[in-house]
Write a protein that binds this ligand. Structure first.
Ligand SMILES: Cc1cc2nc3c(=O)[nH]c(=O)nc-3n(C[C@H](O)[C@H](O)[C@H](O)COP(=O)(O)OP(=O)(O)OC[C@H]3O[C@@H](n4cnc5c(N)ncnc54)[C@H](O)[C@@H]3O)c2cc1C
Length: 323
């Protein structure tokens, strides 16, 4: 089987094994998170040997041309000499500006980062707890509106990174983050196109950035935002989103709860069911789906069956780490 050389150590791969599996099975330290080719944490560079094209999917042309690849997606077909990412894929330094509770389990984390450059509301960054442990968090901020990068981080039980963010991270701390990643953002190409934004839990984060970014660009088509949680206490930014809907006649905000009888003007049920009972003829709609992977997967399928075009569906499933 092909041999992989990293830091002058040779590792023998076995059939059907990715480069990431080979390295970690043999005790090499390689940062990784989603292991699904999304978060790009396991980015590496082939110095000798060609990597399969599928291991470079989603990377910028400039990185592809320089031999960068995702170790979790790379099943080598020939011997490779590889190295860890260099300056092109560098980490950026950020400082914690504020940490604010949004509800019982989600905090907003505002970060100052002077090197971030251009980013699009709805993209995500990787936040590094240390050299080998990082997780992806979506950007709820919009560059022309918010002075800081903002994340909405839900605390997971025994969560190594979300727990650290909730319990140990403090205002003034320095953290390493990645450059912005992902394709889930608004493009101001068709201001009349109806937009459907659907998310559960902290999946509101990218949608909150995207909706404000679209409005800032003068989007005129109808915008429907469905935010769901089991219980009312899982929802957040309700007042802000209601105010946004009052200010913009084309915005409709639907807070939904699935596991309790709703009070006030909340909707009862799952976001996908409620959206599909409200909206028909989705062929021309642009759709943004974010949050729990099961919700994203099932919503994608059902919206497609309801007429939405797959090329108009932008989704970030909050896949959790397998390692
Ligand atoms: C593109 C992308 C964007 C993301 N954006 C956000 C965001 O904006 N806000 C946010 O809060 N999270 C987001 N996530 C999820 C985030 O990256 C982490 O997976 C999450 O914070 C848990 O990491 P952890 O280290 O705290 O938990 P871990 O230490 O990895 O896991 C602790 C325990 O929780 C379980 N677990 C972890 N995540 C989940 C889950 N989602 N559902 C069920 N069980 C789980 C694990 O199986 C494990 O038992 C995003 C993920 C991706 C891929």
């Amino acid at each position: 089987m092909p041999e992989i050389i990293l830091d002058d150590t040779a590792y023998a791969s076995t059939t059907g094994e990715t480069v990431l599996d080979t390295l970690t099975r043999n005790g090499a330290t390689v940062p990784s998170s989603c292991r699904s080719g999304v978060c790009q944490t396991c980015l590496m560079r082939a110095v000798d040997g060609a990597v399969p094209p599928e291991s470079q999917k989603g990377l910028k042309d400039t990185l592809r041309a320089r031999g960068y690849f995702l170790a979790c997606q790379c099943m080598p077909t020939e011997a490779l000499r590889i190295e860890r990412p260099g300056a092109e894929a560098r980490r950026l330094a950020a400082k914690v500006h504020a940490i604010t509770p949004l509800n019982r389990e989600i905090v907003s984390v505002a970060l100052e980062c002077s090197d971030m450059g251009d980013y699009r509301a709805g993209q995500f960054i990787n936040v590094f707890k240390d050299d080998s442990l990082s997780r992806s968090y979506s950007l709820a901020s919009a560059p022309a509106i918010d002075p800081h990068l903002t994340l909405h981080v839900r605390k997971m039980e025994n969560g190594r990174v979300s727990g650290w963010i909730h319990e140990a991270l403090r205002v003034g701390d320095q953290v390493a983050i990645s450059q912005p990643l992902g394709e889930c953002f608004y493009v101001p190409s068709d201001p009349e196109q109806p937009l459907l934004l659907m998310g559960t839990g902290s999946g509101l984060a990218p949608l909150y950035g995207i909706i404000r970014d679209a409005l800032r660009h003068g989007h005129r088509g109808p915008i429907h935002l469905y935010h769901g949680s089991g219980h009312k206490h899982g929802l957040y930014l309700i007042d802000e989103l209601r105010a946004l809907a009052r200010e913009h006649a084309n915005v409709q905000y639907h807070p939904c709860v699935s596991r309790e009888e709703p009070s006030e003007d909340l909707r009862r049920g799952r976001v996908v069911d409620i959206a599909l009972s409200d909206l028909t003829a989705l062929a021309y709609w642009r759709v943004f789906l974010c949050g729990h992977p099961d919700m994203v997967q099932s919503a994608k399928k059902r919206l497609y069956l309801a007429g939405a075009s797959l090329k108009n569906i932008y989704a970030d499933a909050f896949i959790h780490s397998a390692a």
